[in-house]
Design a protein around this ligand. Structure first.
Ligand code: PEP
Ligand code: MG
Length: 323
């Protein structure tokens, strides 16, 4: 198995008939970036920055964040590095922020909602990201977006910070890309609109599955509903990919489903052009993609999308799986 995967080291990620996609990895700590390079990742598709904020007594300073982002950018030597801004709340707790207990934390004051109200938290992060963008191909990604106002507010803040940096004579990437996670049904339904103002999408299937199915991923009683094979989730994924590609922006996926070989033909058929998986799944994902031609993937996707239950979809995808 390991030897079979070794032949994929150093190769491009493409379908059997040559459709190229980008294969990146998810990280939580700056030091994980080296592992991505060692495992032959083509970039970082998700850096979960909340880990910089955890296990410490206070907010990391702009300088500390700058050093962390710069380190990751330099480790990747010019390859793309998508850094997600702070995604706190829900299941991700940071004690020193002293957030009020909420009855429905997954529907509450979290991620971008919190960051836009706490500029003391958000501005230093965005400024650190802009400064670090002088050292590599850093892209900024906004989590848990539900409406256009949130993306516009972030972009306005970034424009102001660029002016500050210019006045201070500090280098940054003037053309830094600003994209969004698609992990709420609202963002998915508005994908055609978001595609006109976001530079890229990354589908967060972990949350998108939970919010689409109205299921808490941690609750065993309802866990049977938590599956990306649900036709509702697949329809959502399809519309997001097609809406993004229709506007010519990059559409990736950084949730767990990106590493699922059963879903690869669907994602290829829909036109997804970036996969972000754990470092240890890179070669297996590259292999999984290489087994399909676009035409075969289209046939499987058409059939899978005509099915109406989760069980039927899963059974069908297993029946056509390639190894
Ligand atoms: C997701 O929701 O799919 C995602 C990648 O974000 P996280 O798992 O960090 O919530
Ligand atoms: Mg998420």
């Amino acid at each position: 198995e390991k030897a079979a995967l070794a032949q994929f080291v150093g190769k491009e990620t493409k379908t059997a008939d040559g459709v190229k996609v980008e294969l990146c990895a998810n990280i939580g700590k700056p030091e994980d970036a080296l592992k991505v390079v060692e495992c032959d990742g083509e970039g970082i598709g998700l850096f979960r920055t909340e880990f910089l904020f955890m296990d410490r007594p206070q907010i990391p300073t702009e300088e500390e964040q700058f050093a962390a982002y710069k380190r990751v950018a330099e480790t990747l030597e010019g390859k793309p590095v998508i850094i997600r801004t702070l995604d706190v709340g829900g299941d991700k707790e940071i004690p020193y922020l002293a957030l009020e207990k909420e009855e429905n934390p997954f529907l509450g004051f979290r991620a971008i909602r919190l960051c836009l109200k706490r500029e003391d938290l958000y501005r230093p992060q965005l400024k650190a990201l802009l400064r670090a963008s002088a050292y590599g191909d850093i892209r900024i990604m906004v989590p848990m977006v539900t409406c256009l106002d949130e993306l516009r507010a972030v972009k306005n803040m970034i424009a102001e910070l660029k002016e500050e940096l210019k006045a201070e004579g500090v280098a940054y990437d003037e053309n830094i890309k600003v994209g969004i996670m698609i992990e709420t049904p609202a963002a998915s339904l508005m994908a055609d609109v978001f595609a006109k103002e976001a530079d890229f999408f990354s589908i967060g299937t972990n949350d998108l599955t939970g919010y689409t199915m109205a299921v808490d991923r941690g609750n065993a009683e309802v866990a049977y509903l938590y599956s990306a094979y649900n036709p509702a989730v697949l329809r959502s994924i399809e519309r997001v990919i097609k809406a993004g590609r229709a506007e010519g922006i990059m559409v990736g996926m950084c949730g767990e489903a990106a590493a699922d070989p059963l879903l690869a033909p669907l994602l290829i058929s829909f036109g997804m052009n970036e996969f972000s998986v754990s470092a240890t799944s890179i070669l297996a994902t590259r292999k999984g993609i290489s087994l399909w031609t676009k035409e075969e993937a289209d046939t499987v996707a058409a059939k899978a999308m005509s099915l109406t239950t989760e069980a039927e979809v899963e059974a069908y995808l297993k029946s056509v799986a390639k190894h």
